[in-house]
Structures are given as C-alpha cells and as structure tokens.
Design a protein around this ligand. Structure first.
Ligand SMILES: [Zn+2]
Length: 144
C-alpha cells in the first residue's frame, strides 16, 4: 500500500505541474526528499511513478532541454532514444513503462532529479547552454 501522505504529495505535484504547464516534476523540486515523480504528456492523464529506476536505455540522440528549476536557460544534451522504467504505481503495484520521444526524455530528466543530477550536468561543453526568451521559445522542452 502507498501511504496516504505519498498520495497527497502526488496530488500536490500534479497540481504544481498543471499550474506551471509542466511535463514532469520530481519530489525534490518541491523540497520533498522522496523518490516520487509525476509526468504529464500533452492530452494524456498525468501519472506518478514511485521509486522509479531506469532498467534499460536504448540509443542516443541530441536534444534541447530545460528545467523548471533553472528558468531562462536551455541546453543541448544527449539522452537515450528509448528507456524502460520500473517502479510502483499509486496502488503500490509494480509497473514497467517503455517510453520513447518526450516521455523518455522526461523520465530520464525526472529520475536524474531524484539523484540530484540536473540536465546541465550532462552538458558536454559550457557553450551548449544558452539563455533563451520564454516568450519567443516554441517547441523546446523547458518544463521538466
Ligand atoms: Zn528539471
């Protein structure tokens, strides 16, 4: 069973995500040191993973990434093409998610947060990080 306080936390995290129009959020980003992440893909129901761990990474791609915790910046980094993540769902049942595209990127990003790793730790050189104007930014994923 998942503790009621964890369920409340997940509810708070999903609210925060909606407020900020975010794609993903990790508990440490709101000051809670639990291994909980929530993801919200456009037009899909938000979901949480408790104690997530990446069990498989396939391929490599370069992409643009930003972070709710580092506003105003984006960087070009490398992520897997696809990841498989295991963890528990809100009922406490083991789940396994195979993801590609934005969800794969978001899962890697949020699970990194649980270990205190930010996307800027993946930069190969400082000039792959740059300031950007949120008003003019279009497609980049900056809300993780
Ligand atoms: Zn982030």
């Amino acid at each position: 069973m998942v503790d009621k306080s964890v369920l409340n936390l997940i509810e708070d995290m999903i609210d925060t995500l909606k407020d900020r129009n975010g794609v993903g959020l990790a508990a440490p980003q709101i000051g809670v040191t639990l291994r909980v992440i929530v993801l919200s893909m456009p037009d899909e129901v938000p979901f949480a993973v408790i104690n997530p761990a990446i069990v498989k990474r396939i391929g490599e791609r370069e992409l643009v990434e930003g972070c709710l915790s580092i506003p105003g910046y984006q960087g070009r980094i490398k992520r897997a093409v696809s990841v498989t993540v295991k963890g528990l769902d809100i009922q406490g049942k083991p789940q396994r998610t195979k993801a590609t595209g934005m969800l794969s990127q978001a899962l890697e990003h949020e699970i990194d947060h649980l270990d205190g790793i930010l996307y800027i730790d993946h930069l190969e050189s400082p000039n792959k990080l740059y300031k950007f104007d949120f008003e003019q930014s279009e497609a980049a994923v900056d809300n993780l």
